[in-house]
Design a protein around this ligand. Structure first.
Ligand SMILES: [Zn+2]
Ligand SMILES: [Zn+2]
Length: 200
């Protein structure tokens, strides 16, 4: 469940009951086979209790809830009534997308170009002090690139780092075999990243 006002997803924690985490606290995203309507993703997230747990989110919660909100109401000052804001926010988001501003983007290393993306294409995130390693499976070429980005780049729709770190390596993100090895590599933070412009 996504909360538009706080920009957080609600999950269960065995120690604390219910916790709310931002997208940048996600660590692994795996689309569950077989689930199509809606597509469901298993998410491993870094919890406030310092452990990692798994939770489920739908495709819509990942890609659209941050733009539209799921339960958001706002006080309309003209009518003095609480009204749902989802449709207005979606209109606003659609307008910005038409104007060429993308809610999320990354730099595809094999293609040597920035590309728009949505969170369901994120595969692995590594925690950092201020920067995150973000592995994205490119919707264009299906290759996996690793960018080094700010937390805001992940958490705030329509906020994109002007420059990101790009790891000069094409990753074979083979689900079963490579995920944990890949993650160890990402967490070790030993990647050499070149800087590339996302914004013109
Ligand atoms: Zn926990
Ligand atoms: Zn690509």
């Amino acid at each position: 469940m996504y909360d538009q006002l706080t920009g957080r997803y609600t999950f269960a924690c065995p120690a604390r009951g219910e916790v709310r985490v931002t997208l940048s606290r996600f660590r692994i995203l795996e689309r569950l086979p077989g689930s199509v309507h809606p597509a469901v993703f298993k998410v491993t997230f870094a919890c406030d209790c310092d452990a990692e747990h798994e939770g489920l989110v739908t495709h819509e919660e990942l890609d659209w809830a941050p733009l539209a909100g799921s339960e958001l109401a706002f006080l309309n000052l003209m009518t003095a009534r609480l009204e749902p804001a989802g449709a207005d926010l979606l209109d606003l988001a659609a307008g910005r997308i038409r104007a060429g501003v993308w809610p999320w983007s990354f730099f595809c290393y094999p293609e040597e170009r920035p590309r728009p993306v949505t969170p369901s294409a994120f595969r692995v995130l590594s925690g950092g002090e201020r920067e995150l390693g973000l592995a994205v499976e490119c919707p264009g070429c299906s290759q996996t690139s690793v960018n080094v980005v700010s937390e805001e780049h992940v958490d705030v729709p329509f906020y994109n780092d002007r420059r990101v770190g790009v790891v000069e390596h094409v990753f074979a993100l083979d689900r079963e075999r490579a995920l944990s090895a890949f993650r160890d590599e990402l967490d070790s933070g030993t990647f050499d990243a070149i800087r590339r412009d996302l914004a013109a």
